[in-house]
Design a protein around this ligand. Structure first.
Ligand code: 3PG
Length: 305
């Protein structure tokens, strides 16, 4: 059996070593396709793969058509909006993710970006401190929980909105539950986005919400660019010169925003949230173990389709 690791954005070498150990230790063959230049490379590589481990790599019907032997795709990470679940199901392919494995890495980056924005992108002028400020966490999943934990260390007042999470779970973490999106944006100087990109959330954060932020508000997006209504965000930043937007998920209109709002927006050149050796090791090895458990024993605990 062949397990293909196809990562346009590569794992740290030490994570690949760990994946190899798990896969080969189970008696399977490991194939690596890293930093591939085109979809054609992926289509060729999946032809004889029984299992596929990916990151944000797109797996659509064309990839699945080309992968005649494929039984399982594991997205080494949390968000699986890059996989066409319906197509996978119709091809009889199981899809899994590795929830929680890279969440601390993403949460730490939130604070790297928060401090950078609060200190005016390190331009030498006087900024502000996170201590004592309000933080609203938009979705209290694994990343949101890590953000809350770290925010406490900064001395922030933390609230969160998540219709899928009981208030008691937030309260146990010392977080104030909020029950409307308006309340979240109105009452928090810093809002950190952690909603997945789904049919429900696409384009859901736009002009109305962003302009609800209090004076000198900061919106941080380490989730997905698709959840933002980009034209709405642009108008909000134009109408409210006090607001800032920093993102680890570069918007399509990044260049326009950077030139119109210089010093008030920042985008990482490539998604960096999960780009640590620790997160790569955690998510990569978890993915390899899940592949082996599925191929050997049919275990599909993290199945999402
Ligand atoms: C995730 O959904 O796990 C993160 O967005 C990380 O994505 P990446 O593996 O492409 O860095």
């Amino acid at each position: 059996m062949k397990v293909l690791v196809a990562t346009e954005k590569t794992f740290a070498a030490v994570a690949v070593d760990g994946i190899r150990e798990v896969v080969e230790g189970a008696g399977y063959e490991l194939a690596l396709l890293e930093k591939y230049g085109s979809k054609a490379d992926l289509l060729a590589a999946v032809a004889d793969a029984d299992a596929l481990i990916i990151r944000s790599d797109k797996v659509d019907a064309e990839v699945l058509d080309a992968a005649g032997k494929l039984k399982i795709v594991v997205r080494a990470g949390a968000g699986y909006d890059n996989v066409d679940l319906a197509a996978a199901t119709s091809h009889g392919v199981v899809v899994e993710n590795t929830p929680g494995q890279n969440s601390n890495a993403v949460a730490e980056l939130v604070f790297g970006m928060a401090v950078m924005a609060a200190r005016n992108m390190y331009n030498g002028t006087s900024g502000w401190e996170l201590k004592g400020k309000t933080l609203g966490i938009h979705a209290f999943g694994q990343v949101g929980r890590n953000v809350a934990r770290i925010a406490k260390g900064f001395g922030m007042e933390v609230s969160a909105l998540d219709p899928y999470c009981p208030d008691s779970a937030m309260e146990e973490a010392g977080v104030k539950p909020v029950h409307s999106v308006e309340e979240l944006y109105k009452n928090n100087k810093v809002v950190s986005l952690h909603i997945p990109a789904t049919a429900e959330t696409r384009g859901s954060v736009g002009y109305d919400l962003v302009t609800m932020l209090p004076k000198n508000g900061l919106l941080i997006n380490t989730a997905r660019k698709e959840v933002i209504d980009e034209e709405g965000l642009r108008r909000a930043l134009a109408d409210r010169p006090d607001l800032k937007y920093v993102a680890d998920v570069k918007p399509d209109n990044a260049e326009a925003l950077e030139s119109e709002f210089a010093g008030r927006v920042f985008f990482t050149p490539k998604k960096m949230g999960a780009q640590t050796s620790e997160a790569n090791i955690n998510a990569g090895i978890a993915a390899a173990r899940q592949v082996v458990a599925f191929l050997k024993d049919g275990v599909d605990r993290f199945r999402v389709n």
